[in-house]
Design a protein around this ligand. Structure first.
Ligand SMILES: Cc1ncc(COP(=O)(O)O)c(C=O)c1O
Ligand SMILES: N[C@H](C=O)CCC(=O)O
Length: 433
């Protein structure tokens, strides 16, 4: 009998439309998902799972929030796409700037990949320089110059560089170990006048979740300012999820509490949450840089469906629902789940570490200390994670099928869902110990 996986694999390369959806990192056949509501996804056979993928980040309110669904339905009834600016695009951009002050100007695009690609082009156009610095294990989407030593699906596959990226393109990308202050300072000493930008995830979350070492983001900001380079902070994943003002906001609040002037990104990229599950992303930042974009400036960027009215309606409704109460519930779920899982593993003598950045977290398998650099992340026991993944899946919990991805909770993950996950972890730990 032909299975769904066979049918998908016969038409979609690898059976998927994005590699992280395949189960290459854990083995086995992915089940098709038919629907999602709140903290749950349901497969084609009607089996329900507590969902910890959350569409890889957007579903912070839980799936199919009625207010968001209604906003989408109303917007769709008024026309699917205009190809001209509409009021909601301005409102969404204002909503972003109202929560994230360095986003002085905002250009809406459709994917995080477009946002980071545009940010790089803008930095190069504004500085007249070619080289960029990125950190090993961090993922910024799939544009050529960023597909070097990348995290997420590339780390999962064990092949962090992509075929098809020319040596010339890759040569302009300098790769450094995340958190290595000396390497960063040396790179600026050697290439200072050639460096257009440093791009970093506000907190890495595509090689597991890594809290940046104290002062590392500030050092990037200082070196960029001193050398005339652009600091690009990628908040596609962390933006409006790690905290109300992304992970930048977490560090800003810590700085303010310590009486220190917060550092500022020059450019910042968003995606995921700002689209509420629809294709919306953004590049934003300092007005003088952003005004280098066409039609004001010489750096070209465009998109037929950029600022699509239906997608923007989902993003705007989502952003407007993101109250302090939502963030408190997400933080409580994240704390209860990460703390609960860790306690069970510790009691069972299973070596692990928890990586946390704001409300984001992931587990590192076989490592006693949360890693910072990708070379340490890569020492994880991925075989143990694969056993864990399948045991939880059998028990009705859908984890990201990779040891290199964050676990995504939402405001809908309450006590019942957390208990269901912890029961499944307890049962697995008893067999594994
Ligand atoms: C930090 C980060 N940047 C960029 C991207 C690319 O976004 P997209 O998948 O929407 O192209 C992702 C996720 O995919 C991401 O996590
Ligand atoms: N880790 C990726 C983004 O954050 C997962 C999304 C994808 O590549 O499909």
């Amino acid at each position: 009998m032909t299975t769904f996986t066979d049918r998908a694999a016969a038409i979609l390369p690898g059976g998927v439309n994005s590699p992280v959806r395949a189960w290459n990192g854990v083995g086995g056949e992915p089940v098709p998902i038919a629907s999602a509501r709140g903290a749950y996804v349901t497969d084609g056979d009607g089996r329900e799972y507590v969902d910890l993928i959350g569409s890889w980040g957007p579903a912070i309110l839980g799936h199919a929030h009625p207010t968001v669904v209604q906003a989408v339905q109303q917007a769709a009834a008024s026309g699917l796409s205009f190809g001209a600016t509409s009021a909601r695009e301005v409102e969404l951009a204002e909503e972003i700037r109202g929560r994230y002050a360095p986003a002085e100007r905002v250009r809406l695009v459709s994917t995080g990949t477009e946002a980071t690609m545009t940010a790089i082009r803008l930095a190069r156009g504004a500085t007249g320089r070619a080289k960029i610095i990125k950190f090993a294990g961090l993922y910024h989407g799939h544009s050529d110059s960023l597909l070097v030593a990348a995290g997420s699906g590339l780390a999962t596959s064990g092949v962090p560089d992509s075929a098809g990226v020319t040596p010339g393109t890759a040569a302009d990308t300098i790769v450094l170990a995340f958190g290595d202050e000396d390497a960063l300072t040396d790179a600026f000493a050697e290439h200072g006048q050639q460096i257009a930008a440093v791009i970093t995830e506000a907190a890495p979350a595509n090689m597991g979740v890594v809290r940046p070492p104290l002062g590392f983001n500030r050092l990037i900001s200082t070196l960029c300012r001193n050398e005339g380079a652009v600091m690009i902070v990628d908040e596609v994943l962390t933006g409006f999820r790690a905290g109300p003002a992304g992970y930048w906001g977490v560090e800003r609040d810590e700085d303010l509490a310590a009486g220190v002037e917060p550092w500022q990104p020059d450019l910042v990229t968003f995606g995921k949450v700002i689209g509420g599950g629809m294709p919306v992303a953004a590049v934003a930042g300092r007005a003088d840089l952003m005004e280098q974009l066409a039609p004001l400036g010489p750096v070209y960027q465009a998109g037929t469906l950029s600022g699509n009215p239906v997608a923007v309606a989902a993003g705007l409704a989502t952003m407007r629902l993101l109250t302090d109460d939502v963030y408190q519930r997400v933080a409580a779920a994240s704390e209860a789940l990460s703390g609960g899982v860790s306690e069970i593993l510790t009691d069972a003598g299973i070596t692990h570490a928890v990586g946390r950045a704001g409300t984001l977290f992931s587990l590192f398998w076989g490592l006693g200390v949360a890693p910072i650099a990708f070379e340490d992340v890569a020492r994880q026991d991925t075989a143990q994670f694969a056993r864990f993944f399948h045991a939880l899946h059998d028990a009705g919990v859908y984890l990201p099928p990779s040891a290199y991805e964050a676990w995504f909770v939402s405001q809908s993950h309450g006590q019942a869902e957390i208990e269901r996950v912890l029961d499944a972890v307890r049962a697995w730990a008893a067999t594994e110990a």
